[in-house]
Design a protein around this ligand. Structure first.
Ligand SMILES: [Zn+2]
Length: 261
């Protein structure tokens, strides 16, 4: 079976809207936040087939068939997983690279995902081990302990080299951290490096597969010259334009931040 790189699957998932795809086969009507229609998988007279644009899933309350956009095509068009991705990639104009030629690119993406995950774990652990002050700050803003764990909210200390030293200590390669914009190289002295994020609450930004692709950092400094929010720069796995189409977890993330402004 052909193997499709994971970042291509992510791109396809982000590019398509399940409502558009299902609408090609089922006549849907908007009802509240969802769309409903007659189930294509069993015979019925009143619609129990539901499509959620927020969650990007479908579910039938009659025959309990459900899943994401890939599952819908697989079931409805009797396609394999790979065929469903190829079909949707074709519709969205996304090219699926040949596996062999793309091997290096895949591992480059993987290195970026790993660097972001490493940083997310570091920030999260830091908040976990940190005195109550920051947790008080969060709880006053309605961020529960559960949200902290669910979103893996973290904290980074007021230092230039917190993450940098941790990378060195764990003997990680610096290169993906530079590409992900977590570590910056000094312009005056290129042999010196420093953390992009300092004294900030760290909100990981996830893609739809739940992988960390970037961060939003909110300052805890009262200095009016410090920007309130600093985000990761764009990288091969983080395209700010595309993030607008992200749903679910990220939507929750933005709602959380919006409440603070
Ligand atoms: Zn059904």
């Amino acid at each position: 079976m052909a193997r499709i790189p994971e970042h291509i699957i992510d791109r396809v998932r982000e590019a398509v809207d399940i409502v558009d795809v299902v609408s090609r086969y089922v006549s849907l009507k908007k009802q509240g936040k969802n769309f409903i229609g007659l189930c294509p998988f069993h015979t019925e007279k009143t619609p129990s087939f539901t499509v959620s644009p927020d969650k990007q899933i479908f579910y039938c309350f009659g025959c309990h068939t459900g899943g994401n956009v890939f599952n819908f095509l697989m079931k409805h068009e009797k396609m394999s997983f790979v065929e469903a991705i190829e079909k949707l990639a074709g519709d969205a104009g996304i090219e699926i690279p040949k596996y062999k030629a793309d091997e290096r690119e895949v591992s480059e993406y993987d290195r970026l995902y790993r660097a972001n995950q490493f940083a997310a774990d570091y920030f999260f652990q830091f908040l976990k081990n940190h005195p109550g002050q920051i947790r008080d700050y969060l709880s006053k803003r309605g961020i529960s302990e559960k949200s902290i764990s669910d979103f893996k909210i973290g904290y980074v200390a007021d230092a230039w080299d917190g993450l940098y030293n941790e990378i060195l200590r764990q003997k990680m390669s610096l290169e993906p951290f530079l590409r992900a914009g977590l570590i910056l190289r000094s312009e005056k002295d290129p042999s010196r490096h420093y953390d992009r994020f300092r004294n900030r609450l760290m909100f990981p930004i996830y893609n739809l597969s739940g992988r960390v692709i970037a961060f939003g950092g909110r300052t805890l400094s009262s200095d009016p010259n410090t920007p309130k929010y600093v985000n990761s720069p764009e990288s091969p796995i983080y395209n700010k334009g595309r993030v607008c189409h992200f749903r679910g977890r990220l939507h929750g993330f933005f709602t959380t931040l919006a409440k603070w402004n």
